[in-house]
Design a protein around this ligand. Structure first.
Ligand code: HEC
Ligand code: HEC
Length: 325
């Protein structure tokens, strides 16, 4: 059996970790890739890394991200992709897409630009678009890196939306999803390097999947939240809705009897007294606009950072107005 030191030495040699084994030309790199079978761009677990093997000064010393890519040899990764070496990644990504993304992002990856079984726009966003493609980004390393990172983040973590809007599920194992980082990279390879022919394959793959539909079907949208659900999910970080339990944040009033006790502060009393029927809707939507400087956040999604749509806010308002009655 090989000792750990011997294994390390072998990995160092084979992955070209020693400077005297630096890749000199793109053909060197191609040979290296051919030899190793699989390459990652930057150092990642035990996989051989193209950029590590270049042994070149960073693009922008001292800065993170693409700044750490090799100064002149960074385009090699894309060039090798052009020579077909990313084919395995794209191919695997394509299969993952056909199995797991098809129903929300569609046959052609146009997302809400395609319709599903019920004739309605699909819930996903477009993925097959110029902004995401390596060919569009290849002359701008910063933008290329930024786009790759953005797609990785979205696929790994997903994005929650308020029901009945669909959410983008989290797919990364780090976030409770099914895919390891390599599978996430394969999906990214497909999204960034997939050609029209690759996208056309999706339907073919679907038609060969046992029991799989060839028309995208995201299923029914998630059930809308009730006013009480909204309050529980979004407001209990600060407020209590139980008259017998204090609020988590002392400056946030207990709202358990708000239907008979509200409004509480002077600004809101004045707004109600002015005859505005929407006084409470306006407060929950954008409290800092009525009382500047308070820690209660803006909730309405027409303002930056707002997480709730109008319908959800109307529901929570109705809920508040019934509390204590
Ligand atoms: C249940 C439906 C659903 C499934 C399945 C799904 N997505 Fe999504 N995806 C969404 C929705 C909805 C959004 C938009 C989220 C938002 O920004 O509000 C989205 C957004 C994205 C985005 C960000 C796009 C952008 O422009 O911001 C990426 C990337 C993405 N999905 C990739 C994938 C991949 C890859 C898969 C398969 C592994 C997948 N999605 C499966 C619903 C889905
Ligand atoms: C980060 C903490 C925080 C969160 C989260 C929060 N609030 Fe508040 N809220 C406050 C504080 C602090 C006040 C007291 C404001 C003041 O100084 O008058 C307040 C006041 C209120 C009042 C009383 C207004 C009055 O004076 O009559 C209502 C009603 C209210 N919040 C509803 C909500 C609802 C509904 C949500 C969830 C959608 C929510 N809040 C989430 C901090 C928060």
């Amino acid at each position: 059996m090989e000792s750990l030191t011997a294994l390390r030495e072998r990995r160092g040699f084979e992955c070209r970790l020693a400077p005297d084994r630096a890749l000199r030309t793109i053909d060197d790199a191609e040979g290296f890739l051919h030899d190793r079978g699989l390459l990652t761009r930057t150092t990642d677990c035990a996989l051989p890394s193209l950029y590590e093997a270049c042994h070149e000064d960073p693009y922008q010393p001292g800065s993170p991200g693409f700044g750490t890519w090799p100064a002149t040899k960074w385009p090699w990764f894309g060039e090798l992709a052009g020579r077909g070496y990313l084919a395995t990644g794209v191919h695997r990504g394509k299969n993952l897409y056909a199995n797991f993304c098809f129903n929300c992002h569609g046959k052609l990856g146009l997302g809400n630009g395609e319709t599903g079984k019920d004739g309605k726009a699909l819930p996903g966003k477009p993925l097959n678009k110029a902004d995401f493609k390596y060919v569009t980004l290849k002359d701008d390393p910063a933008k290329l890196k930024q786009t790759e990172d953005y797609i990785r983040l979205r696929v790994t973590r997903g994005k929650a939306n308020v029901p009945p809007q669909f959410s983008m599920p989290a797919w990364g194992q780090s976030d409770g999803g099914p895919f390891n980082p390599e599978q996430v990279s394969q999906l990214i390879s497909f999204i960034m390097h997939g050609t029209d022919d690759d996208w056309a394959d999706i339907l073919t793959i679907r038609s060969h999947l046992e029991g799989a539909d060839t028309t995208p079907d995201p299923g029914p949208p998630p059930a809308p939240l009730s006013g009480a659900d909204v309050a529980q999910q979004y407001c209990t970080t600060c407020h209590s809705f139980d008259p017998n339990k204090p609020s988590t944040v002392p400056s946030a009033p207990n709202l358990g009897r708000y239907g008979i006790e509200g409004p509480l502060n002077d600004q809101l009393k004045a707004l109600k007294a002015s005859g505005d029927p929407d006084w409470l809707f306006k407060w929950v939507s954008n409290a800092p606009k009525i009382k500047p400087g308070i820690i209660m956040p803006v909730w309405i999604n027409t303002e930056p950072g707002g997480q709730l749509d109008e319908a959800s806010i109307r529901l929570v308002v109705q809920y508040l107005q019934g509390l204590g009655k």
